[in-house]
Design a protein around this ligand. Structure first.
Ligand SMILES: Cc1ncc(COP(=O)(O)O)c(C=O)c1O
Length: 438
């Protein structure tokens, strides 16, 4: 139905009205008007990134998460966003000849596979299923145990070491990738007990857990707030600092991969990594960083102004979070009204979760419909773009998530109110038509 205007519930971007253009403009003018700041901004900059921004991020993270121990700037380095930084982490801390396997929660963020392939792990990614409490850590441990008993991965050539030993790094034997809070695509938040179990499993099998913590700040609750909401989110990196007496070695087993993409705008291409001091220093020694300093140096000086003046915090608390809350409620009530009666289920349900957030609602179609059929018809009949569940399965291995072919990801942060409701209506029309033709 080409005459219908397009609606895109797949795109996982912030809507343009959520970008703080004026604040960024003011921040840029302020930074560029100061000789010392602009000189720093236009230079190559230190390997770990613009120091005032590292300090301000460390303070902001400490205030938000309220960890047992203060986060210092030595634990933080500046990145070019979570995707760029994933590639850097793999460059420094893995070697396809020594690192045996990449374990990913499934369903998982669909654009994450390429960096693993680029780093030499094509065909060596394995899916670990999740339920409503997040990654099934027992299934992960069973799989790691089986691989260990089988003598490790046959693809790894232990007699030849591809990357030289360097004092600033270690090569981990395994990598575990997850989005513990408000996961992309399922919106799932990993239970605290699972987080602790995951850190212990990572230590036992010499694994690095890479957490994309990119949605943590986009959290809201229906109930009264007695303390900052972030205090209820215990990151894996915080757990690794304290559990069982702290990290087993100087590098630790968890890195938190943060980003301003979903908070300010993806084009900023600025993020941060947090981990042990040794890990962060090692990460800053990646070859491409040594030749040029940390990425996004100039933009870092602009974003630092937003932190200095508390503008970022205000933007999140007065704009992005209320907007996310409102949009999520709007989409969920449209789903309840139009899709639930057709047999569709969804998660996370704000009525059953004290803290909700992120960008996505994960929808399960009624039997016998499948996501391919629905996505194809949605475009053809309704000019409606949806996130097909298939996209989020880990390539190369057997899918662990039996229901993916019946699932859809719906983003509530891109389209405006009218389009969100209309998009759900259009999806209902497609489902009705397909159920009628069965
Ligand atoms: C889980 C996850 N990680 C990383 C990214 C990309 O982050 P960045 O723009 O900082 O590279 C996204 C974007 O959708 C995401 O959902």
């Amino acid at each position: 139905m080409a005459s219908l205007p397009p609606i895109d519930l797949f795109r996982g971007w912030p809507a343009s009205e959520l970008i703080p253009v004026d604040s960024l403009k003011d921040a840029a003018i302020k930074a560029l008007s100061s000789k010392s700041i602009s000189e720093a901004g236009f230079g190559y900059g230190p390997d770990e990134g613009y120091h005032p921004l590292r300090q301000n991020i460390a303070k902001w993270l400490t205030d938000y998460y309220g960890p047992q121990e203060t986060i210092t700037s030595d634990r933080v380095c500046i990145t070019g966003g979570a995707s760029q930084n994933l590639a850097s982490i793999l460059q420094v801390f893995t070697d396809p000849l020594q690192t045996e396997m990449i374990w990913l929660v499934e369903p998982t963020y669909h654009l994450i596979f390429r960096p693993f392939e680029d780093a030499g792990f094509y065909g060596r990614m394995r899916a670990i299923p999740e339920d409503e409490s997040g990654m099934d850590v027992q299934a992960l441990e069973r799989a790691l145990e089986e691989l260990t008993h089988a003598g490790g991965d046959k693809n790894s050539h232990k007699s030849y070491v591809g990357k030289p030993a360097r004092s600033y790094r270690k090569i981990y034997k395994h990598v575990i990738y997850c989005v513990p809070t408000f996961s992309n695509p399922s919106g799932t938040t990993m239970a605290c007990s699972r987080r602790e179990a995951l850190v212990r499993v990572a230590r036992k099998y010499d694994a690095l857990v890479i957490c994309d913590d990119v949605y943590d700040f986009l959290a809201w609750t229906e109930g009264p707030k007695s303390k900052p909401i972030g205090h209820s989110i215990q990151r894996l990196v915080d757990i690794d600092r304290i559990i069982d007496g702290g990290p087993q070695d100087a590098f630790g087993n968890v890195v938190s991969n943060g980003s301003f993409s979903k908070l300010l705008g993806p084009g900023c291409r600025v993020g941060w990594a947090e981990g042990s001091e040794a890990f962060i220093y090692g990460l800053s020694q990646a070859g491409q960083t040594k030749s040029g300093g940390a990425p996004s140096q100039l933009m870092s000086t602009f974003i630092n102004e937003l932190l200095e003046t508390d503008t970022l915090r205000q933007h999140l608390s007065t704009k992005v979070i209320p907007e996310g809350h409102r949009r999520n409620s709007l989409m969920v009530s449209a789903i309840r009204k139009r899709l639930t009666p057709l047999g569709v289920t969804f998660s996370p349900d704000p009525e059953q979760n004290t803290v909700v957030g992120g960008y996505y609602v994960w929808v399960k179609l009624p039997s016998p419909l499948d996501a391919d059929q629905v996505c194809e018809k949605a475009i053809e009949m309704q000019n409606l773009e949806l996130g097909n569940g298939h996209l989020f399965s880990v390539p190369g291995g057997e899918s662990q998530c039996v229901d993916l072919q019946r699932c859809l990801r719906l983003c509530f942060m891109w389209e405006d109110d009218e389009q969100l409701v209309e998009g759900v209506n259009r999806l209902a029309i497609v489902i009705e038509a397909l159920l009628d033709s069965e």
